[in-house]
Design a protein around this ligand. Structure first.
Ligand SMILES: Cc1cc2nc3c(=O)[nH]c(=O)nc-3n(C[C@H](O)[C@H](O)[C@H](O)COP(=O)(O)OP(=O)(O)OC[C@H]3O[C@@H](n4cnc5c(N)ncnc54)[C@H](O)[C@@H]3O)c2cc1C
Length: 448
């Protein structure tokens, strides 16, 4: 933390009478931006409580507040013009093998959780492309991996502990709280500060991952469901050129007592004979093990390894969720923009996600295919392209990823979320004065 940040943070805490009780800021100097560096937070005030009691005090004494996770969102969803609070010091984990659940503090990332679970013989059902995100931050935005039968990461949440606007602790669970729980899991940070989360776990499993090269997109016209069902988790990468997926990543579970081989050809695509990075020409060193070598779930389900900077570093991301039964049409619609998209794109990824019942989930009651774009850090160009992509995908009622870049107006978002009015009621119930409201929520949830 630099001197200016320290003074600002200290003065807020002094004003709140909390300086002696709260850690006053980051230990080392960090820029106040998100991970990608494309979004600068609007405040220098960052609180780092060491306990749930300190979270309660911080919430009680703040006029406006926003929880910050691992800073991996690409837009202002975690921003505040007043104060942000990071729970990264709350990182305890407790496994309950009997109930097959794990409960953890909101500071825990998947990168910490996964080896802890695996060492005790357990696993979560899926992971995103990288493990560096916090569990609470990821679940708040409906972060997902791939797999036609796998719900997004939020679907594993079975209970939440939340400090709401009045500083009180509220616990909500799947078992006891019905609709209210379904509205609270993908809460976009709006309900309060989540201090603990409980996830379903299952016995640990092994996965083998292979990559096939050059799958004609034409194969998806008749075989899309089969292709995405050919592994526990399947991703297609495309640069939208030459009507092909440049790579198909297939992650298959190894079931005890059974064996299988990967065929040398997959719908005309060829099995890769060396490890590959999704972006042509990039070193595959940062990628998880391929070539069919078995390994624990958490070292195969993400594309990128924990100890490496994921993807290409400086980048922008956008992603849209379309109904799976119209996925091929949606692909063709985006492909029409290939000449415009090509120069600004690192790579696109197509994944599938199972439907769920979480009100603000991008997969709410819809088995989905996701169309993802990893862009070069060229925002002026990307900003022009997103409305074009959104227009192409409008006939499919595409929902944008909450944590990535989009330009869709709030009036359009409203029409895509049947439960939006109920979600607004829930926000009002727990936060009647809008303590946790920020510009992102004002625009996208209350605008339009
Ligand atoms: C390189 C890269 C790869 C990615 N890959 C994927 C992917 O494979 N799949 C995918 O779906 N997404 C992916 N994402 C997006 C990412 O998963 C989301 O942005 C996720 O929300 C980030 O979590 P975070 O911990 O960084 O939270 P932040 O970005 O810091 O915050 C996200 C939201 O969570 C809220 N929040 C955080 N902590 C709390 C808390 N304690 N209480 C209440 N609310 C809280 C914040 O207020 C905010 O609304 C990727 C992002 C990057 C940078």
């Amino acid at each position: 933390m630099n001197k200016r940040q320290f003074l600002k943070t200290s003065s807020v805490l002094l004003a709140n009478g909390m300086l002696s009780r709260l850690v006053t800021g980051e230990q080392q100097s960090t820029a106040r931006t998100n991970w990608a560096g494309n979004y600068q937070y609007s405040t220098d005030r960052l609180l780092l409580p060491k306990s749930v009691e300190e979270v309660q005090q911080a919430v009680k004494s703040s006029g406006k507040l926003r929880a910050l996770g691992a800073r991996h969102s690409f837009n202002g969803i975690a921003d505040s013009t007043d104060t942000q609070i990071s729970l990264k010091l709350l990182d305890q984990m407790v496994l309950d093998p009997k109930s097959r659940t794990v409960t953890m503090g909101a500071g825990v990332t998947y990168g910490r959780l996964a080896p802890y679970l695996d060492a005790q013989g357990f696993a979560v059902h899926n992971l995103a492309s990288l493990p560096h995100v916090s569990v609470v931050g990821a679940c708040a935005t409906a972060t997902h991996g791939s797999g036609s039968k796998n719900g997004n990461l939020s679907t594993a949440v079975s209970a939440l502990e939340i400090v709401t606007a009045d500083g009180e602790i509220v616990t909500l669970s799947r078992q006891k709280d019905g609709d209210r729980f379904l509205g609270a899991v993908v809460a976009l940070g709006g309900l309060g500060v989540v201090t603990k989360v409980t996830l379903d776990v299952q016995p640990t499993f092994q996965v083998r991952q292979v990559v096939y090269e050059n799958l004609s997109l034409g194969q998806l016209e008749s075989h899309l469901d089969d292709i995405f069902a050919s592994g526990y988790s399947v991703s297609l990468f495309t640069d939208w050129q030459n009507h092909q997926a440049t790579q198909v990543w297939i992650k298959r579970r190894v079931e005890p007592g059974t064996s299988f081989e990967f065929a040398p050809e997959f719908y005309g695509a060829k099995l890769a004979t060396r490890k590959l990075h999704p972006v042509a020409g990039h070193s595959a060193e940062s990628c998880t093990e391929q070539m069919g070598i078995p390994g624990p779930w958490h070292e195969r389900l993400p594309h990128f390894r924990m100890n490496f900077t994921p993807s290409s570093g400086a980048e922008l991301q956008a992603e849209y969720f379309v109904p799976r039964n119209r996925a091929y049409e949606a692909i063709l619609a985006v492909e029409k923009l290939r000449d415009k998209v090509g120069p600004h794109l690192f790579i696109s990824e197509l994944r599938t996600v199972e439907a769920d019942n979480l009100w603000m989930s991008t997969c709410y009651q819809r088995p989905s295919m996701t169309v993802h774009f990893t862009w070069k850090p060229e925002w002026p160009a990307v900003k022009q392209l997103l409305p074009m992509i959104e227009e192409q995908l409008a006939p499919f009622d595409a929902r944008p990823h909450w944590a990535k870049l989009f330009t869709m107006p709030p009036s359009r978002l409203k029409s895509l979320y049947a439960k939006l009015p109920e979600y607004q009621e829930l926000l009002k119930h727990y936060d009647s004065h809008g303590k946790f409201r920020n510009e992102f929520l004002n625009t996208n949830i209350y605008g339009g």
